[in-house]
Design a binder for this molecule. Sequence first.
Ligand code: GDP
Ligand code: MG
Length: 619
Amino acid sequence: MATMESLIDLVNRIQRACTALGDYGGGGADLPTLWEALPSVAVVGGQSSGKSSVLESIVGKDFLPRGSGIVTRRPLVLQLHRIPGRGTEYAEFLHLPKRRFTDFSAVRKEIQDETDRITGKSRMISPIPIQLSIYSSNVVNLTLIDLPGLTKVAVEGQPESVVTDIEDMVRAYVEKPNSIILAISPANQDIATSDAIKLAREVDPSGERTFGVLTKLDLMDRGTNALDVIEGRSYRLQHPWVGIVNRSQADINKNTDMISARRKEREYFTSSPDYGHLSSKMGSEYLAKLLSGHLEKVIKAQIPNITSLINKTVDELESEMIQIGRPISIDAGAQLYTILGLCRAFDRIFKEHLDGGRAGGDKIYGVFDNQLPAALRKLPFDRYLSLQNVRRVISESDGYQPHLIAPEQGIRRLIEGSLRYFRGPAEASVDAVHIVLKELVRKSIIETQELKRFPTFQSEITAAAYEALERFRDDGRKTIIQLVEMEASYLTVDFFRRLPMEMEKNGTGDAPSSSQRVDRYSSEGHFRKLGSNVSSYIKMVSETLRLSIPKAVVHCQVLQAKQSLLERFYTQLGRREGNQLLNLLDEDPALMERRIQCAKRLELYKNARDEIDSVSWAR
Ligand code: GDP
Ligand code: MG
């Protein structure tokens, strides 16, 4: 049967697991935290307000370090476990799991040493908690967190920042909504100046999770009392204020033990003319019971939330683990299998881009549909086939003897000269498609989630794909240059056979006399006619190339990229020795770390879920 006691125990166990696995609020970078969701009692107050004294009084043991300056420099998570019977009391630290402390002055020493282990002798503070469990028949089940005292000035040897560092650390604890704030203020000081109340008011304005504790009632000036505070008139909280009388420094010096200190405290209240009427609700024993009961209530209310948080987080962590992937096997066959799997994953995404499942492949069509035709249209044939240039090229080819019937040689030269212009747009198409393909490779690499794990392999496969694309581009270039050259190598005969006839039609109709002929052939009209004939031939060629260049580019570059982008890479992979494969698969260290962290956190959450499940719920 589950009792309320086992609830606090449950949270205690989860809390210990959290600390052991590095989950203590603000500790692990962007990992989900369970710690934050666990209810706990945080003790806050100014230096020397009596925090340590209250804690010791609740435990009924002397075990906390004392001294001047900032003694508590790491949070101390103090878990009190009530054990039945009169067995010996003992303490255990989470960081020393095999050691049972029965001597509480050794506990004090260990707290000091363990504080220094993390903070060094530098007197710095650290948010990493020390976890201490105390087992006793004299305690109530309760978890308290002792925090460094709020301070106003840094003392010698401490950096200025210590004041704000402490405040930030304390605030991080008390601002989580599950935190119960034990706000300690000394009675011999104006409550309006209390650091504890100031911070509590800031993070819990309604006062519903703040317990006000007034220490040092015995040190108030004779004739004054703290009833205004204790009865809630000075500063109102949802829970009643509790007055405390701890051991004075003189008591401590005299080694007054905790049992007689508690008795003295009880006597103080029962015999007090000021607080006598409240005596059953004053003192550290009452405070301990009050807190224990409240903590149980909060935990009980919180368990459903904690459970759903755990379930949600387990799901999240599990899917992240799947995404991160399993650690690399040391077996070469398994490595090759992994590598081929990565290649396939990349190849699939790349093909989806080309075939249109993903964006980007359409840019290739854009090259053929816009870029190439526009570039062809812009070629400067008007200038090259201007009257002046046609006349010049033809006259030069004629030499000393002007041509008689048709200037075959000149026409050939004009055509060859024109065809040279096509190389530019043709090569530009090859390059444009190359750039598109390269961009698709780059995108596909990024989109291949599996590759993220392996930066080395990622850059190798990228390099291999780029290298293949370069080869395809070279092929593409050669092919389109051939296409252009083919157009120059053999002119379409029919086209020119029609030429003289058309010229005749434009002439006088009579058989030309020789003088007329010379005149006609040298006339402007003649050259204009030749120019326009060459121009229409070039237009025809241009149309042919507009259609054939895309075919060549797709054949040499796009299809190759689709079919054999990684072919050579595969061959090279086959030649690698086992060790080289492993080198290929060296993981991003950050990712390896992340896998470990996620696994640890997942274990924590699953254990916590088991813990919660194992408690049978008695309501
Ligand atoms: P902390 O710095 O908040 O942990 O304060 P401590 O618990 O170390 O107390 C500081 C000093 O005040 C010690 O010398 C205590 O003996 C003394 N002190 C704390 N509470 C009381 C109290 O209720 N009455 C008297 N007389 N002295 C107290
Ligand atoms: Mg202290």
